[in-house]
Write a protein that binds this ligand. Structure first.
Ligand SMILES: Cc1cc2nc3c(=O)[nH]c(=O)nc-3n(C[C@H](O)[C@H](O)[C@H](O)COP(=O)(O)O)c2cc1C
Length: 159
């Protein structure tokens, strides 16, 4: 039997187009995927969390982290051997994955695992990876629609 891990990075606080949120857009999609696949959730959190809660400073902070090709240290540990499928979720940050996702992918041996990316964004596009993408404001404000889109995607990839 296949065991699924849903590893994700997501920010609450002030986010584009949805105002001040208590649960990140990507976190909501991670939750839906966990419900629909019966997987375990793992939130990727950085050890020294200095990400600003306001959108504009966060944008600048993330830009610098990307320019530096940083690998912010991440918290926690997950026994990756327990899983044969790993969903990796994140917001689109500057048309790419946030740097803590790189730390995650560097930290764990994902050889021979089925990897599915999922991403929330606000429409500007970015590096395309095979996977699922949804507007952050849809995840945040229209759960039924988000569930529909997630279900269609999961069905399409064999869940
Ligand atoms: C630092 C930063 C950079 C972003 N860059 C982009 C971008 O390049 N393209 C885009 O469509 N959305 C961009 N966004 C919007 C987020 O992808 C979107 O709001 C996302 O749903 C936030 O997810 P979260 O609440 O899980 O963190 C950016 C947001 C932030 C905070």
């Amino acid at each position: 039997m296949s065991k699924n891990l849903i590893a994700y990075f997501s920010r609450a606080g002030e986010q584009y187009s949805v105002g001040n949120i208590t649960k990140g857009n990507t976190a909501i999609v991670a939750e839906i995927i966990a419900e629909k696949t019966g997987g375990d959730m793992f939130e990727i959190k950085v050890v020294n969390d200095n990400y600003p809660n306001e959108y504009t400073p966060l944008i600048q902070f993330a830009k610098k982290e990307k320019q530096e090709n940083a690998r912010p240290e991440i918290m926690g540990d997950v026994n990756i051997d327990n899983y044969d499928t790993v969903f990796i979720g994140y917001p689109n940050w500057w048309a790419e994955m946030p740097m803590p996702i790189y730390t995650f992918m560097d930290s764990y041996d994902l050889t021979n695992k089925k990897i599915y990316h999922f991403c929330t964004h606000e429409g500007s596009g970015g590096v395309k990876r095979e996977g699922f993408a949804i507007y952050g404001h849809t995840a945040q404000n229209n759960r039924a629609e988000a569930e529909k889109q997630v279900s269609e995607w999961l069905k399409g990839v064999g869940f």
